[in-house]
Design a protein around this ligand. Structure first.
Ligand SMILES: [Zn+2]
Length: 434
């Protein structure tokens, strides 16, 4: 079913060899990945097959009004280790035109992924964020990816995928190839100070909250790789990148969550590793991921760019987290969260973040202890046929809320970090310190 990578033909054909005009659609339909009538007649790209992208290759992609734009691959930046045909590929590209289009001179990446046909595109989520980012809320745009173009390419009817669909009907998820051209951002490793890292983490939490509260989008895949940096007019902004696995908050409870369990393993909330976990995915799960991102960075790195040498830190064991399975990770994370005297091992460079971790840990620990009590109380109430006690699952009864996390992260090493929106600035004035 899964073919080997195939070398690109010497002439460096586009993403879709012999790209036909039937794929070229207007931007609106590209965003929502609708089934267009012309697909029925069209030949799609070969199923489950990824080409070997080599530096210098040219790629044609469908653009507006039945035109094509061509980009030249400069470097493959990222390729996920998933099943071939489902993973994401990110390449640094440059516009290859006569030098007159709006992509020329910009730092661009081309991202290709292979989502289920029904999956809402990152572009759709970002468009919604943009619509609501007016006036006082415009700050959030500095913390979101800038997507210049998105296109979807469907698999053709003659592929194995289509045959599976015929056979398994609703049990088989049809996929498509989704591409986007985006602004290239800098990795976390490009930062030079711990304060810079702290600001970037704080920015990402503010952005996450904004998307959750107004456009009502849940990111669901916080990882070190999805936290990037934008430099604008000499200032650093943390960017919450890659909204490919996001959902509308309204859809939070839909469907069997185990099938759609998302995230990047070392950073997933500990409950999500449980075999019985049925969701829903809540914002606090993403905030727990932020905790692990910081924990792994400050334990494993002696600066944003340099991996710590083993004897330097007691936290070197976290290295294992990148290779282990759900059972292992659930155990390790639960051990941390339930431990009353837990202390992080932090490299010297990131010493100031130890306080953040201890404070965030306290919130999580108290919250989960409270949850355990609540579960017991529920059993009791059930037995005695009494009224069920209440519990706020979103915030672990207020022990791990956005307010708690922001009240920890707005300050680093006795210095006030930048709080981006006036809403949080007001809230902070009224929040007691932890
Ligand atoms: Zn151009």
């Amino acid at each position: 079913m899964i073919k080997q990578m195939r070398a690109l033909p010497p002439e460096g054909l586009g993403i879709v060899p012999n790209l036909d005009a039937t794929f070229m659609k207007d931007r609106k339909s590209l965003c929502s990945a609708e089934e267009m009538p012309q697909y029925a007649a069209a030949d799609g790209p070969p199923s489950n097959e990824i080409f070997e992208w080599s530096e210098g290759s040219l790629f044609d992609l469908p653009y507006n009004n039945k035109t094509i734009r061509t980009v030249r691959v400069k470097r493959v930046l990222f390729r996920s280790n998933g099943i071939i045909g489902r993973g994401t590929i990110v390449m640094r590209v440059a516009c290859h035109c006569d030098g007159k289009c709006d992509w020329c001179g910009k730092k661009l990446i081309l991202k290709l992924s292979f989502p289920a046909k029904t999956r809402v595109s990152e572009q759709t989520f970002m468009d919604r964020c943009r619509e609501l980012a007016q006036g006082d809320h415009a700050w959030v745009l500095n913390h979101l990816p800038h997507i210049y173009w998105t296109f979807d390419i469907q698999y053709s009817k003659s592929t194995p995928q289509a045959n599976f669909k015929k056979k398994f009907k609703d049990d088989y998820e049809m996929r498509l190839m989704r591409g986007s051209i985006q602004e290239e951002l800098r990795p976390l490793s490009s930062l030079t100070t711990a304060t810079g890292c702290a600001q970037v983490f704080y920015d990402v939490v503010q952005c996450h909250h904004r998307a959750w509260k107004y456009p009502q989008i849940l990111h669901r895949d916080i990882s070190q790789g999805n936290i990037l940096v934008r430099e604008k007019n000499g200032e650093i902004y943390g960017v919450l990148n890659d909204w490919d696995l996001a959902i509308w908050l309204n859809d939070q409870r839909d469907g069997p969550t185990s099938k759609f369990r998302t995230g990047t393993k070392p950073y997933m909330a500990h409950e999500q590793h449980g075999i019985k976990w049925q969701g829903p995915h809540r914002f606090r799960h993403d905030l727990e991921s932020v905790f692990y991102v910081i924990l792994l960075l400050v334990s494993l790195y002696s600066s944003p760019k340099v991996k710590a040498v083993e004897p330097d830190t007691g936290g070197y064991g976290y290295q294992e987290w990148h290779k282990q399975d759900d059972e292992f990770l659930e155990g390790k994370k639960a051990n941390i969260l339930l431990h009353t005297n837990w202390e992080p091992s932090v490299t010297t460079f990131f010493l100031g973040l130890a306080l953040w971790l201890t404070d965030l840990h306290r919130g999580l620990r108290r919250g989960f202890a409270r949850l355990a009590d609540h579960k017991e109380a529920m059993q009791e109430a059930l037995k005695r046929d009494q009224e069920m006690p209440s519990f706020d699952y979103d915030t672990l009864d207020n022990h791990f809320s956005y307010e708690k996390v922001v009240s920890v992260m707005h300050r680093y090493d006795d210095e006030e970090l930048k709080t981006r929106g006036s809403e949080w600035r007001k809230t902070l004035l009224s929040l007691p310190d932890l």
